[in-house]
Design a protein around this ligand. Structure first.
Ligand code: GLN
Length: 297
């Protein structure tokens, strides 16, 4: 029987040799999960039971082939909350925590303690759950289309004991939009990768659902459609908050201003990329020219 230390270095080396930059971290996560021990290396001489060794080797093999760590573990943390993930649902990214922070900041500044919020393209539900946990009096709706994602969404809502209403439907369809009105906040991390980006996906991302990634050829299809369609569901003075990809902020700003949104604020993610925008619905009428300030927070 192999001991923990021997197996660990063998696994870490296997991942390193496959070009995984986070070989140590990934091996540790797999050991923690398979051995049900937060600190598996505190007992380096302990022998690893045969069945655990077999399972660890299987997971390391899959990981070395570029399969996402988060899918192997089946759960990932977002904003401090556990989120179940697997094939068919987008893995929560730390960048998306910026979007949650921005919405919470809007609520704080505007004294909204019980806002009515819709999370469009909710996926695993990570955004909706983080918001509901942080704002317990909020009325939160999660809108999602994919059956697989809906399964995870419902499971995550239960797991986190969050009172969120799920709406099954396509955010691009009027009949979905018409189910919600008088919203204070619309938040969305829609698919935003371009056609070109879809052809060059990182190995890990290629295992994630195309439906959650592809935003039309220029990556902006959902921003155009959601902004135009869903503004009707927002209260006057309500906010829309989006996550988007690198260098998409100018294009998203144009879409927002063309639809009578103002007070646009951008936020950078932990990597310094302008990652989110929030804007206020200022009129029900026709578009007008607006001076946009570029700041954070
Ligand atoms: N952030 C994801 C990526 O870069 C894309 C998620 C999305 O399209 N909303 O792969």
């Amino acid at each position: 029987m192999v001991n923990r230390s021997q197996l660990f270095s063998e696994c870490r080396t296997a991942l390193e040799n496959s070009g995984i930059d986070t070989a140590h971290f990934d091996t540790l996560c797999i050991f923690q999960d398979m051995l049900a021990d937060k600190n598996p290396l505190f007992k380096p001489q302990e022998s690893v039971p045969d069945d655990a060794e077999k399972r660890i080797r299987e997971l390391i093999k899959k990981r070395s082939e570029g399969y996402p760590l988060q899918y192997l573990l089946g759960e990932w943390e977002f904003y401090g909350y556990p989120i179940k993930v697997g094939e068919g649902v987008l893995i929560p990214r730390p960048d998306t925590e910026t979007l949650v922070d921005q919405v919470l900041e809007i609520c704080r500044k505007n004294g909204m303690t019980a806002p009515k919020i819709a999370d469009l393209c909710s996926g695993s539900g990570c955004i909706a759950i983080a918001l509901k946990k942080q704002l317990p009096s909020a009325e939160v709706y999660s809108v999602e289309l994919s059956d697989k994602a809906l399964g995870y969404l419902r499971e995550n809502i239960k797991l986190n004991n969050a009172d969120i209403t799920v709406i099954e439907g396509d955010v691009l369809k009027k009949e979905t939009q018409q189910q919600l009105s008088h919203l204070d906040i619309i938040v969305s991390n829609p698919p935003y990768l371009t056609g070109e980006e879809m052809r060059e996906l990182q190995a890990e991302v290629s295992h994630e659902p195309g439906l959650a990634l592809f935003g039309g050829n220029d990556g902006l299809g959902f921003y155009r459609a959601i902004t135009e369609l869903w503004r009707k569901s927002l209260k006057l003075g309500g906010y829309i908050a989006y996550e988007f990809g690198e260098d998409q902020h100018e294009a998203v700003k144009k879409i927002l201003t063309a639809n009578s949104f103002d007070n646009i604020q951008f936020c950078r993610d932990g990597g310094g990329i302008i990652r989110t925008a929030a804007a206020q619905k200022i009129a029900d009428g026709i578009p007008r020219f607006i001076d946009i300030s570029m700041q954070c927070g």
